[in-house]
Design a protein around this ligand. Structure first.
Ligand code: ADP
Ligand code: MG
Length: 642
């Protein structure tokens, strides 16, 4: 079975890498190691409280959860002891020898070696337990899981380099003791005042008493009693139950760091205490200032912490937040759910449904307010989480209008890749006769901005939203209107802006009509010939109303899937039926006029194919035979040269 000898094990490669960064002290404030260790002790107490709900015997004879913090100046140690859940041998190896977080490797690969940038990233990632090595050159952990016999205690020890040892020990009390052997030069932490003030700063509202030795009295008359006296040094109440006006911004921020396991400040928070009525709950919700590194990965774990009647029940409860709000962190504390609830029961509990919709509303309220009152902060939010929010209209039908109001886009008005234009702002600038909200989707902002589809809009000074995030196609396929104004792709259907230019006189309109007739007559044969040559490559060939400077372009038919969406789906490996584009020619372009008058069949064919391929390229598509295109092009150029 177990060997009393220490067993030597190697850290997982990722841990080694992380430790290196930690030891070379990326942290500008070293004292945060204490916050991390206390935070872990508090999590362990939460888990203990929860497991004991169904198995009170786990408490053994020690039902008062707390943390003891002490130090020994001579031995150069700091000890943090908790009587929380503790760890079994496997758990020690799993938790202190590896990093279970998804995407850790990707994360580490992103570190640049630039200390400042890396510190920022690491702050987001949270090094947790390993921050011990900021101040310690050796760390000893002694632990026993609640419920296991005292012989099954475990000692873990490491100097924070390549490996660690594990030894089976006897441990009479359950829970975990962390003993830090303080490094040369970090003696400042072997100091009562320093430790106390660090606790007050970071851990005042840990939901657990932290005890330290009572300060030695100055008069030495009485012989020191053998029994050490302990006193509670923090306030030990959960922050969210306190009256809002008694809580400082600093305290809210510290609470966030503990909840979200991060070293970064949150962007904003909302604290609501709803009592009476049919749904009693307290929520403290935060929006991070930075998207976590794994926000876009499937394994990203989202969700809030659930407390029932102040007792921690579970972490990462997904049901509270829809996926498009997966970046929200925080706690919900309610009396409306039974203490013995399980994850499975949560699934279809009617109270959960109510809580969820109340919480979603809280988040949307918070974002509304931010957008109105602090536009700069809102743009930070948008740059980090905008793409998640764009999933909203598809995922959350009930709130889609509220979400739509929060969306921001690039547009031909701002001509900047920064997404700042809201639908409301767009509508405020619409032409009096304009009925639709126009948008253009493309692979990149620059591609969207330069698209020939925009020519007629620019000429008529009609604003077009420029959408170039992958999610945008998904968004516009689910959000088809905003406050009664349909969303219209400028690359779809037959665009005619005549109705918009309201100032046009009847006479002018008449003239336009005439011109149209004339074009039809003049270019009828051309259209026919082009159609024959392109054959299966196109659905239709027609005279364009959207071009001013380009000779030709490709568009999708009104009810067909947009070309950009087709490409995205194909790239994602989906079967997409081949939808043929409509090929439009600009009757006022010299090349098109030239083509109209070309008699030589061979040359006509080549010109046509070139115009078609160009249109495909301009629109972001890929040529089936790029080499053939280049050859044709060169042939034409040579005619000029030779
Ligand atoms: P995190 O707290 O973000 O999970 P840490 O590095 O701080 O990451 O801790 C790693 C894991 O080690 C914890 O998730 C927990 O399972 C375990 N652990 C750390 N400290 C304790 C403790 N005092 N009691 C029980 N388990 C602990
Ligand atoms: Mg931790």
């Amino acid at each position: 079975m177990s060997t009393p000898q220490p067993e030597k094990l190697h850290f997982q490669a990722e841990v080694k890498q992380l430790l290196q960064i930690v030891v070379h002290s990326l942290y500008s404030n070293e004292e945060i190691f204490l916050r991390e260790l206390i935070s872990n002790a508090s999590d362990a107490a939460d888990k203990m409280r929860f497991e004991a709900l169904s198995n009170p015997a786990l408490y053994e004879s020690d039902g008062e959860l707390k943390i003891h913090l002490s130090f020994d100046e001579k031995a150069r140690t700091i000890t943090i002891s908790d009587n929380g859940i503790g760890m079994s041998r496997e758990e020690v190896v799993e938790n202190l020898g590896t990093i279970a977080k998804s995407g850790t490797r990707d994360f580490l690969a992103r570190l640049t070696g630039d200390q400042k940038k890396d510190a920022h990233l690491i702050g987001q990632f949270g090094v947790g337990f390993y921050s011990s090595f900021i101040v310690a050159d050796k760390v000893t952990v002694q632990t026993r899981r609640a419920g296991l016999p005292k012989e099954q205690g475990v000692a873990w020890e490491s100097n924070g380099e390549g490996d660690y040892t594990i030894t089976n020990i006897e441990k009479s009390t359950r829970g975990t003791d962390i003993i830090l052997h303080i490094k040369e030069g970090k003696e400042e932490f072997l100091n009562d005042w320093r430790l106390r003030s660090t606790i007050t700063k970071y851990s005042d509202h840990i939901n657990l008493p932290i005890l330290m030795h009572k300060m030695a009295s100055t008069d030495e008359k009485e012989p020191a009693s053998k029994e050490v006296e302990w006193e509670v040094v923090n306030r030990a109440t959960a922050l969210w139950v306190l009256p809002k006006n008694s809580i400082s911004d600093e305290q809210y921020k510290e609470q966030y760091k503990h909840l979200a396991h991060t070293a970064e400040d949150p962007l904003i928070w909302a604290h609501n205490q709803v009592e009476g009525g049919n749904l009693d709950y307290i929520s403290l919700l935060y929006i991070p200032s930075q998207a976590p590194f794994d926000l876009w990965q499937h394994q990203h774990q989202r969700g809030l912490k659930l407390y029932i009647q102040r007792v921690f029940i579970m972490d990462k409860v997904e049901q509270f937040m829809p996926s498009y709000l997966r970046f929200v962190r925080g706690v919900v504390d309610t009396t409306a759910l039974p203490l013995n609830i399980s994850r499975e029961i949560l699934q279809d509990n009617p109270v959960m449904t109510k809580l969820r919709s109340a919480l979603v509303k809280r988040v949307l309220d918070m974002l509304d307010k931010l957008a109105k009152d602090e536009p700069e902060k809102y743009s930070t939010f948008w740059s980090q989480f905008g793409n998640a929010l764009k999933e909203g209209p598809a995922e959350d039908y009930t709130n889609r209008l509220r979400i739509a109001k929060l969306l921001r886009f690039s547009s031909t008005k701002t001509d900047s890749p920064l997404q700042t234009v809201s639908f409301e702002e767009y509508i405020g600038r619409m032409k009096p006769e304009q009925k639709k909200i126009y948008y253009m989707t493309a692979e990149t902002f620059n591609a969207a901005k330069a698209s020939p589809h925009l020519e007629i809009f620019r000429k008529n000074n009609v604003e077009v939203l420029l959408l170039s995030d992958r999610i945008d196609e998904w968004l516009v396929s689910h959000l088809t209107e905003f406050e009664g104004k349909p969303l219209q792709s400028v690359a779809k259907g037959d665009i005619n802006l005549d109705e918009i230019s309201g100032e046009e006189s009847a006479a002018l309109k008449e003239e336009h009509k005439k011109q149209e007739e004339q074009f039809k007559e003049e270019f009828g044969t051309l259209i026919q010939r082009v159609k024959e040559i392109l054959g299966e490559q196109v659905k239709e060939v027609r005279i364009s109303h959207r071009l001013t400077t380009s000779p030709s372009c490709l568009v999708a038919d009104d009810h067909d899937m947009g070309m950009q969406l087709q490409r995205l789906l194909k790239a994602a490996g989906q079967e997409v039926a081949d939808i043929k584009p409509v090929f439009e020619l600009n009757p006022e372009h010299p090349l098109v006029r030239f083509l109209r008058d070309e008699k030589d069949d061979q040359r006509f064919t080549e010109w046509t194919q070139i115009l078609f391929d160009q249109a495909l390229l301009a629109e972001g598509g890929q040529l089936k035979e790029p080499a053939a295109f280049v050859q044709r092009m060169n042939k034409l150029l040579m005619e000029k040269v030779c």
